[in-house]
Ligand binder design. Structure first.
Ligand SMILES: Cc1cc2nc3c(=O)[nH]c(=O)nc-3n(C[C@H](O)[C@H](O)[C@H](O)COP(=O)(O)OP(=O)(O)OC[C@H]3O[C@@H](n4cnc5c(N)ncnc54)[C@H](O)[C@@H]3O)c2cc1C
Length: 500
């Protein structure tokens, strides 16, 4: 089936050479991978030999249609074709990604930039924007640039020029570091999640995300994986990527141990000041009294804030706070410690529906070091791989790194010309190639994940501890040292999407 998004399995079980992207009936000029439309992405070019040789015989569909806009999204119609198996409809897909969060969308976009089509299954009925905003460090900007969306997100968020650390006990600054000013060497911004996810989604071909599609179980079927959805649909995939967050079904299938409770929780909030918040473009971080809280501007009118704490130490219940936003806000206000009135106003002015509270989980680093983070044609990325405490602000940033590395590793193996032409052998060869690509991905990401989880945990312990000795050391020496850790962990380069 040409230009159909999902099609019946070929008799030889091989990759469908004739499939392009969904044919959108969308309005507008195409903005496909080759970037013929206005502002199109001029990213990695896969040479013709490779492009014709392997996974996708035809370049992705360049959107067509009348009028202005983006042809590959909008109101495009996707053609599905399914095979009836018993009473359920079974559909085949080459690359399936579970979860349309930061990890899932960056992976899908990375693959798209390389000319590889994938389908993202998302359990919600629309993009899920939990957590309001996130700090993005240099590593995230490198990944976003590799994906061709860095500039559009940059334009909507101010660059943060430094980090100021304060004691909640004395109210005094304990250290300050500069990020090097506008255009400086450390690019840090606080990005609204909605803007980030919508930007990534907009760059994808129409029909790349299938909403209201909750994966409930996974089965082995030869070289394929059969994925069962809550609505009874069944999909078969040649590659299955779990980007389904901290409670990942795919990680569970791989046999990875479940993430553990860190014994800490976080409240997060966002607040708009229509006439401007007037704060400097700096990240303010306050430690002491067994809490850690901070404020960071997204732009001239929007501020994001957070507070982390150990519920058992403060005698509160996270679930109760989650269900009672007024109580949540009172709790936050009671824990801020000494700080200037204009900063306290940031928390006070936050609307109750602009706050949320959640427990903090992480995967034990030695489980990541020794566990199956990939197996055959299945792997995990983002929080499904390395859930970590938020003390470095690296969970989302490293999910973007994962997306770029994973897309590149799969591109390298799937865009190579196949050596076997017959059905059985070809199928076997592709399975081996996928496995080879995922092994390389796992090799690149395993130790980075271990390092991030461990460092975040230790930094969190030191920042939030109320022990006298730790408090003394933190206020005298450690906060500047810890602040430098933020920069060091964020200064990672996941590389480009280009294929050699
Ligand atoms: C308090 C706090 C502050 C943080 N601050 C930062 C920060 O400053 N910087 C930073 O980089 N990171 C930060 N993080 C971490 C960051 O939020 C996560 O690492 C990031 O969101 C992970 O993205 P993901 O795509 O892997 O997972 P998620 O964002 O959890 O996305 C998973 C997606 O999968 C879907 N899904 C789940 N199960 C299924 C299923 N069975 N079938 C289909 N779909 C499914 C979900 O609906 C969801 O859309 C913070 C986290 C917390 C808790």
């Amino acid at each position: 089936m040409r230009n159909g998004f999902v099609s019946v399995e070929h008799e030889d079980g091989g990759w469908d050479r004739n499939r392009g992207y969904a044919r959108g009936r969308g309005r507008g000029r195409g903005r496909g991978f080759r970037g013929r439309g206005r502002g199109g992405y001029n990213g990695p070019q896969v040479d013709a030999q490779q492009d014709m040789g392997g996974y996708n015989q035809e370049p992705p569909f360049q959107g067509r249609g009348r009028g202005r806009g983006r042809g590959n999204r909008g109101r495009g119609r996707v053609f599905y074709m399914a095979v009836e198996v018993g009473t359920t409809m079974e559909m085949n897909e080459d690359i399936l990604i579970v979860g349309a969060g930061i990890g899932g969308l960056t992976t899908c976009l990375g693959l798209h930039r390389l000319g590889l089509r994938s389908l993202v299954l998302e359990s919600s009925d629309s993009l899920r924007v939990t957590g309001f905003a996130l700090g993005t460090w240099k590593n995230a900007w490198r990944a976003l640039d590799a994906l061709g969306v860095g500039d559009s997100i940059r334009q909507q968020h101010m660059q943060i020029q430094g980090l100021q650390v304060f004691s909640t006990i004395s109210g005094q600054p304990t250290s300050e570091i500069s990020f090097g000013g506008e255009g400086g060497i450390h690019e840090i911004r606080c990005v609204r999640r909605k803007v980030l996810l919508e930007t990534l989604e907009r760059e994808l071909p129409c029909g790349s995300i299938r909403y209201s599609s909750k994966v409930v179980s996974i089965q082995e079927s030869g070289h394929y994986k059969t994925v069962h959805l809550a609505d009874g649909s069944v999909l078969k995939a040649k590659v299955l990527i779990g980007c389904d967050g901290v409670n990942s079904v795919v990680a569970n299938w791989l046999g990875l141990d479940k993430p553990v409770d860190s014994g800490r929780s976080a409240v997060r909030g966002i607040v708009e000041f229509p006439d401007g918040h007037g704060l400097e473009p700096k990240f303010r971080l306050h430690f002491g009294n067994g809490v850690r809280h901070g404020v960071i501007p997204c732009g001239p009118t929007t501020l994001y804030w957070f507070l982390t704490f150990a519920p058992s130490v403060h005698g509160v219940d996270t679930e109760e706070l989650e269900q009672n936003p007024a109580k949540m806000k009172d709790f936050v206000l009671s824990k801020l410690g000494k700080l200037p009135q204009h900063i306290e106003n940031v928390y006070e002015k936050t609307a109750l529906d602009c706050m949320s509270c959640s427990p903090l989980k992480f995967r034990l680093p030695w489980k990541v070091a020794t566990g199956h983070i990939y197996k055959g044609n299945v792997c995990v990325a983002g929080d499904a791989l390395h859930p970590m405490t938020p003390d470095l602000g690296q969970g989302g940033c490293s999910a973007m790194e994962d997306g770029v590395v994973l897309a590149r590793c799969l591109g390298e193996v799937l865009l190579r010309k196949p050596t076997r032409e017959d059905g059985e052998g070809k199928d076997e060869e592709y399975y081996k190639r996928i496995s080879e690509g995922l092994e390389k991905y796992a090799k690149e990401r395993r130790w980075r994940s271990v390092k991030l989880i461990t460092t975040a945990y230790v930094v969190g312990l030191i920042q939030e501890s109320d022990w006298k000795v730790v408090r003394f050391l933190r206020e005298k020496f450690l906060s500047g040292f810890l602040a430098k850790f933020f920069l060091r962990m964020g200064d990672f380069d996941c590389g480009q999407l280009s294929i050699s």
